[in-house]
Design a protein around this ligand. Structure first.
Ligand code: GAL
Length: 438
């Protein structure tokens, strides 16, 4: 069966080597090194030290027979100032990672942007500055020029909703900016970049497959009344449709969320047609569902989530409900967009409190989580959705953004004091499970 099994990672969460070999700073380097912004002031300066240990980690992937590896490129490792001079040592690092993947028979999948904007660009306004379209295009061209001879799968952006929402609206993620106008500017520019990035990859590489990855959350009203139904529609427009529908040629979902009309301020003549692009595949990422209720205390959105731990349901260490049907529902929803030809689940996974006993991690709950979610993916496939891949988040425990190293998402445990790796039972399980499908 030609189904793509893999794992997903991201540069800032695993690489470390934050100031080595000519790398410039990213917004995450700056954010996580300020006090009080992340769990116990954790940062990604060393992270999983993938920068020095990539051969070891890729050998684990090989040992587990996992055939696809998704990783992101650090823009500021490649172009330290975000625009202009290219850093040869950055290029060399990713060349070595790609070549080693290929040597092991592992297919590399590159994410071009997984949240770590070069800090020099943030100083000029970052995603809120329309110039970012030009900066990003230059960066994409550089990456395709250097790696396009060997990399056949490209993902333009990872979860634009997450990095614009948490980074430019709520101020919880880098660069820590807040407010509606910051958010709307960043959102429009990111939507332009996702399509423009697709066009660049397609025009430079005719043999490759290009896609982009979206977060998705199945939302349902908490109470069966009109107010909660409307609140849920607004949350759905924001979380699941804002970046998806312009790409599909449907424009922004203003009808279900009037506030989005204010995007107009950032839309220039000719933008509307440029927001659409016919990707080869869409990356769908799903972790949970949310129940939504009307809230007077949440201006603008007038909706809030009812926290999972108040609902007497099974939760992960992120306080996310374990609700496998969510991935099925979102696959069904995304499959309705006619221009989406193929869907790959580019992330799903769970953080649970692992314990190491006698050098082993018996993470039964993670195994169950993956097993149940994969079953729902195959249910959607049976129901006619063209979903052709599943990537677990993540290969190793890593730097979980604001939450630092507290949550553990890996198939492989890392002792961050010693950098020692232990393959968890879920890692062996996933490897064996994949074998039974190949
Ligand atoms: C996704 C994100 C990943 C990872 C994961 C688990 O939203 O793309 O970087 O953090 O969530 O929280």
């Amino acid at each position: 069966m030609d189904f793509k099994w893999g794992v997903s990672t991201a540069a800032y969460q695993i690489e470390g080597g934050w100031n080595e070999d000519g790398k410039g700073q990213s917004i995450w380097d700056v954010f996580a090194n300020k006090r009080g912004l992340t769990f116990e002031n954790h940062n990604g300066n060393i992270a999983c030290d993938f920068y020095h240990r990539y051969t070891h980690d890729l050998a684990i992937l090989h040992q587990l027979n996992i055939p696809n590896f998704r990783f992101s490129l650090s823009w500021s490792r490649i172009i330290p100032n975000g625009t202009g001079a290219v850093n040869p040592k950055g290029i060399d690092f990713y060349n070595r990672v790609i070549d080693f993947c290929l040597e092991l028979g592992i297919e590399p999948w590159i994410t071009l942007y997984h949240w770590d904007l070069p800090y020099e660009l943030e100083k000029k306004g970052g995603w809120t500055n329309r110039e970012v379209i030009r900066w990003f295009s230059e960066y994409v061209e550089v990456c395709v020029k250097y790696f396009g001879d060997r990399v056949k799968r490209w993902i333009i952006l990872n979860e634009p909703m997450a990095f614009t929402g948490a980074g430019y609206f709520l101020g919880l993620h880098a660069p820590g900016r807040k407010g509606l106008y910051c958010f709307l500017a960043a959102a429009h520019h990111a939507t332009m970049c996702q399509a423009e990035g697709g066009r660049i990859v397609r025009s430079m590489l005719t043999e490759s497959q290009v896609g982009t990855a979206f977060s998705s959350t199945f939302v349902q009203p908490f109470f069966d009344n009109n107010r909660d139904v409307m609140a849920t529609n607004r949350a759905d427009a924001l979380l699941n449709r804002l970046f998806v529908e312009p790409l599909a040629g449907l424009g922004y979902p203003v009808k279900d969320f009037k506030l989005l009309q204010r995007l107009e301020r950032f839309i220039k003549d000719g933008d509307e047609s440029k927001l659409a692009f016919n990707m080869d595949f869409i990356g769908l990422q799903n972790y949970t569902r949310e129940l939504v209720t009307f809230s007077m205390l949440t201006p603008l959105l007038w909706s809030k989530f009812v926290p999972a731990d108040k609902r007497n349901v099974e939760v992960t260490d992120m306080n996310w409900e374990v609700y496998p049907e969510s991935i099925y529902e979102m696959l069904m929803k995304f499959s309705k967009y006619k221009s989406f030809k193929e869907i790959i689940v580019t992330e799903s996974g769970a953080s649970f409190p692992d314990v190491v006993i006698n050098g082993k991690v018996n993470d039964v709950r993670r195994i169950n989580f993956l097993d149940q979610h994969i079953k729902q993916v195959f249910r959607a496939r049976q129901d006619g959705v063209n979903v052709n891949g599943f990537f677990t988040w993540s290969l190793t425990d890593n730097f979980e953004w604001k939450e630092g190293y507290r949550p553990k998402f890996g198939l492989v445990h890392i002792d961050f004091e010693t950098q020692q790796r232990i393959i968890k039972d879920s890692g062996y399980w996933y490897g064996n499970f994949i074998q039974s499908y190949l």
